[in-house]
Design a protein around this ligand. Sequence first.
Ligand code: ADP
Length: 436
Amino acid sequence: MTSRSDAAAGRAARRPGSMPTVTMIGGGQLARMTHQSAVALGECLRVLAASPDDPAAQVSADVVVGSHTDIDALREAAEGAVALTFDHEGVPLEHLRALEGEGVQVRPPSTALQFAQDKMAMRRRLSELGLPVPAFVDLAGDVATGREALIAFGEDHDWQVVLKAVRGGYDGRGVWIVERRDEALAVFDAQAGGDIVLMAEQKVPMARELSAMIARSPYGQGAAWPVVETVQRKGQCAVAIAPAPGLSEESAARAQQMALTLADSLGVVGVMAMELFETVDGDLLVNELAMRPHNSGHWTMDGAVTSQFEQHLRAVLDYPLGDTAARSEAVVMANILGAEEAPAMSMDERLHHLFARMPEAKVHLYGKGERPDRKIGHVNIVGVPGASVDDVRERAERAAHWMSNAQWTDGYPTDGHETGESLGDENLGDEKRRAR
Ligand code: ADP
């Protein structure tokens, strides 16, 4: 086994060029796709991954295997890097502050990231800045006081409330949408006194969910992509539609401005997603902040002049930011989610069939095993001129559903015969067939 210092020497030796090293903490798909952009810029993203099998660790030549909660692993990953950034929000703040104290360029800095780590701190800060948020109440501290606060808040809002874990939630985990007093109190009582700190907020009468993605560089330059509509299923993003259909120019500009202003006042560096609720009355409320590449920005890989991953690197390296214009009037991203039961057909075979039927589909697979509802990839469809957004969305969802389930949503046959004479498996040469 190589020691940590041998590994560090090996990494240094592999870097004869003069391009900077960026370290990303976390080896998931966001780091994997950031690495793709790093390659184009002549760089190799260094990744701190929990395991060599992690999506980004599979593809980067510069991997530190270790935990994001281990300060020594963080230090090793930061060694010699121009900037340290993240594919998740989980690094303990005290570690980030320690690294900053040692001169590491943590981007976004701990002073900004704290608000993405703690929903209560974020709600408070957003309110102080005058940004619109759902009504909320802190349930931390003494259990009896918290319970009373929940009851008072629930009564005020007809028990249309959502309970949330203040820290550590993602993809709907740590969010309880309740209908009644007894349900809310059951959630509270189950968590009371445990490790999970709760807050409650008003359940917003929502028309839809939006995301405003922006980037900010240390120089202070800001850039905003078109605001997108996100469609959630089972508490996680399933589809993103760019730009958000029917959103007025004024609302879109307001959302972008809120995100840019917030990033500026918090000193965010890198890309940031501001998730918003559009209420049935047309108001915008801020739900969440993510200070990293985000699922709602995956469409930019094929649908915008500059992808969120390249932009994140530009920002953390303090390069001028790239053009955020969309390449089409309609771009739709649909997540490929693990099916309830993984199909018998291999992923390779599914991809083959998809490409036979939909040559325009841009597929991004993360190198992850299939588990129910797990994000294992996504498909982008960039609309051709004149295509309706509904059509583009239907195609993206059909493609993603096929990749998840090996079933076409429109009943198209899957036996290969109808996939086109020149593209069906039976027309592959013997050699190609053997390779499969
Ligand atoms: P996560 O950290 O898991 O992304 P969110 O706070 O974004 O958690 O909540 C997940 C989903 O739950 C949201 O996308 C939204 O659909 C729903 N939700 C969250 N807060 C509210 C709210 N106040 N009112 C209505 N729905 C909500």
